[in-house]
Design a protein around this ligand. Structure first.
Ligand SMILES: [Ca+2]
Length: 307
């Protein structure tokens, strides 16, 4: 129902690039499922998926989810330097077993290069959504001219991105700590760099927004349900990533059930702690829920259960 309402007011799909850590939590799978369904309804045009961590089955498991929705052609990039050998994720193995194309990590380009290629080829602008480690966005912004574009990463983002939407940070505390920004040294530095250098509006959905909204679970049809079951979250998980994805699909804070707090965000590159200076006209904003949790929960669960 929600997709029909959006569609009535949308002239053309929003071009969107999706970054995910696709790491040990399964809510990334719910976020990707929502975006693929929105793509099939022509609400968005999902141009690329970038994965900001690398485990053995990263690429194959993402590919399987895309293939399940008939969208196996969507290009997948990896932040290849993020490989951490020895780590294993059961849900990725289960999903990868359903990948019909034999796709592997070796078939993926470097994620920020994929973003450069896609952005430089766009006639208009795209929204960059990231529900993982902010390393792909930081590498994109820091990149120099290449075979795809004579622009620097900062120039390319300024000319081709309308907004960057990030699941990250904790904004209801003075010095918030949240996993995507704090987990590793490279994440902390990337988050700090993103806040300093982002040349377009930067929107955050923080830890505090998603924590109490429980969605998904093993009864969700298809590979999303498989991911939740293999993650041992049969009754669902907090909705950090699917809420961020749904905000981007809706494309409007008010219609998505949020108000914005505008200002300037910063992240300490040593600790990963985030802080926010409120000011009208700031180009950063974080989202504050204006509705009861069930508003977001019912939308996400309904969409996850819709083909
Ligand atoms: Ca995530």
């Amino acid at each position: 129902m929600i997709f029909e309402d959006i569609k009535a007011n949308r002239e053309q799909p929003i071009a969107l690039l999706f970054g995910t850590d696709w790491w040990t939590d399964c809510d990334d799978a719910a976020a990707l499922a929502l975006l693929l369904k929105a793509h099939k309804c022509s609400l968005i045009d999902l141009k690329a998926v970038g994965v900001s961590s690398v485990m053995r089955y990263s690429a194959a498991s993402v590919k399987a989810v895309c293939e399940e929705q008939g969208l196996g052609h969507i290009p997948i990039g990896l932040n290849k330097s993020a490989e951490r050998k020895g780590l294993f994720c059961l849900y990725q193995k289960k999903l990868a077993a359903r990948c019909g194309s034999g796709f592997t990590n070796a078939d993926c380009p470097e994620a920020y290069k994929l973003y450069r290629r896609v952005l430089s080829s766009l006639p208009g602008k795209a929204v960059l959504v990231d529900v993982g480690f902010p390393t792909i966005l930081a590498e994109l912004l820091a990149s120099g001219p290449d075979e795809y574009s004579g622009l620097t990463g900062g120039q390319l983002v300024a000319s081709k991105a309308s907004e960057i939407v990030v699941m990250g940070g904790r904004w209801d505390k003075k010095a918030g700590r949240e996993y995507n920004f704090c987990a590793y040294k490279r994440n902390r530095e990337a988050a700090a760099y993103l806040c300093e250098r982002c040349p377009v509006p930067l929107t955050f959905l923080g830890y505090e927004a998603g924590k109490s909204v429980i969605t998904g679970g093993k009864t969700v049809p298809g590979l999303t349900g498989t991911a939740y079951a293999a993650h041992f979250s049969p009754k669902g998980r907090p909705s950090w990533d699917p809420m961020t994805a749904l905000y981007a699909i809706v494309g409007d804070a008010g219609n998505a059930g949020y108000r914005r707090v505008y200002g300037a965000a910063s992240v300490d590159p040593k600790t990963g702690k985030n802080s926010f200076a409120v000011c009208d006209g700031g180009t950063h904003s974080y989202l504050v829920k204006e509705k009861e949790d069930r508003f977001y929960k019912e939308q996400i669960d309904e969409l996850l259960r819709t083909k």
